[in-house]
Ligand binder design. Structure first.
Ligand code: SF4
Ligand code: SF4
Length: 408
């Protein structure tokens, strides 16, 4: 197996593209700019040019490839089964070979997020920021103005009420599962793993959370740094060991990257074949779950990673339908990317907000009490957009949290 550094660009996969253009109407960035270079077909041509040396890695090429959201809507509809997600990662790796300094930011971010003590410290600072009243003061009087710092602050999660579960004791143990919490989730919502553990306990499963688990590697993989992504993948493979128990990732973005481990490292299938979506698992093993009546309207936001990559069925809707009096609506029937897309909502606020606007309009029209999303980036982007818009502000939460709150 070639090392991640030496792996050549998969030209044969790129050549599968017959340039039919059927993906173009589904591409959000092409929809925004109407520029062929911002379309899947155009980006594939740019990458073919880079790989064969016919195109030099200029800042213009870099911009067109970096502006891709990685939503993989194009891959989902492609009749030629072009593996676009793998291509764009490999294309960015070509750019990084020509200009290694472009990886500086992703390496810093990944270094911070992959260290557990630092994640814990950031989670504590977040809690202090909210509990001290500073967050409320900053937001009320717009103390940070309207610049990028204000934008970043507006994305920080609102203070959460910690939900103390009556008991996570398992009477008759049916099995053990491992929870993959995800680095951003660990900081923004560390109690979510407790919620999942409580639901699993109701189903008869003990949850373990390997302390040595780290970032899944998505940040590095999508930045074009497969070597660093492989390093993190190897750490996770060691952390989860050979127990063979199912691995339940809390964020869909992590799930998509973990599923890709066989492409990243030898033995990566030791992780990928054990992956189970938490909601799928609860539906399959949750006959004992009981929910109390919850007369609220919940809007479902389906993240791109779930819709286009993991392609889960209707487990979430089926499970939510078991909560008495809960009304379920779809947030946006078009299913377009909300603009969160990894770090896109921080790096490209104007474009990300334009993609978010149809979702905010739908929220206005549907007036839900709650919005569920299993992607931490989408949840932060949606909640940040709602806060900045003022007016209606339904809580945005993970489906696992909603299920845990409704436990009878
Ligand atoms: S990526 Fe697929 S759908 Fe898009 S132009 Fe190429 S072959 Fe057609
Ligand atoms: S991944 Fe999304 S943004 Fe990127 S080319 Fe495909 S459809 Fe367009």
């Amino acid at each position: 197996m070639p090392t991640p550094e030496s792996r050549p660009f998969p030209l044969a996969d790129a050549d599968l593209c017959v340039k039919c253009g059927l993906c173009l109407p589904h591409c959000p960035t092409y929809g925004q700019s109407r520029n062929e270079a911002d379309s899947p077909r155009g980006r594939i041509m740019l990458m073919q040019g880079l790989a064969t040396g016919r195109i030099v890695p200029s800042s213009t090429v870099e911009r067109h490839l970096d502006d891709c959201l990685g939503c993989r809507a194009c891959e989902h509809v492609c009749p030629a089964s072009v593996p676009y997600g793998a291509l764009i990662d490999a294309g960015r790796a070509l750019l990084a070979e020509a200009r290694p300094t472009r990886l500086r930011r992703s390496r810093w971010t990944s270094a911070v997020l992959s260290l557990r003590p630092l994640r814990r410290m950031l989670a504590l600072l977040l809690r202090l920021h909210a509990a001290s009243g500073l967050q409320a003061l900053i937001r009320r009087f717009r103390l940070l103005g309207r610049g990028s710092l204000a934008r970043l602050e507006s994305l920080l999660p609102a203070p959460r009420r910690r939900h103390h579960h009556a008991s996570a004791a398992v009477a008759a143990v049916r099995g053990t599962v491992a929870i993959f919490s995800g680095c951003v989730g660990d900081i923004a919502d560390p109690a979510l793993a407790d919620d999942l553990a409580a639901l699993l306990a109701d189903c008869g499963y003990l949850a373990r959370r390997p302390a040595a688990q780290t970032c899944c590697g998505a940040i590095d993989q999508h930045a074009g740094d497969p070597a660093r992504a492989a390093h993190l993948a190897a750490r996770n493979r060691a952390a989860f060991g050979d127990a063979g128990d199912p691995i339940l990732p809390l964020a869909t973005g992590c799930a998509a990257t973990l599923a890709d481990y066989p492409r990243l490292i030898d033995g990566g299938d030791g992780i990928s074949r054990r992956l189970r979506d938490p909601v799928d698992f609860l539906l399959e093993h949750g006959k004992r779950l009981r929910f109390r009546a919850t007369p609220l309207t919940v809007a479902i936001h389906e993240p791109c990673t779930q819709k286009n990559v993991i392609r889960r069925g209707d487990a979430l809707r089926t499970l939510l339908a078991r909560i008495p009096a809960l009304r379920i609506v779809e947030l946006d029937a078009t299913g377009r990317c909300c603009g969160a897309a990894g770090t896109h909502f921080i790096a490209h606020p104007a474009e990300a907000d334009a993609l978010l606007q149809p979702k905010l309009d739908a929220i206005d029209a549907l007036a839900p009490d709650l919005i569920v999303s299993a992607n931490i980036g989408c949840a932060l982007h949606l909640a940040g957009g709602l806060r900045r818009a003022g007016g209606l502000s339904p809580e945005v939460l993970h489906p696992v949290r909603l299920l845990a709150r409704c436990r009878a």
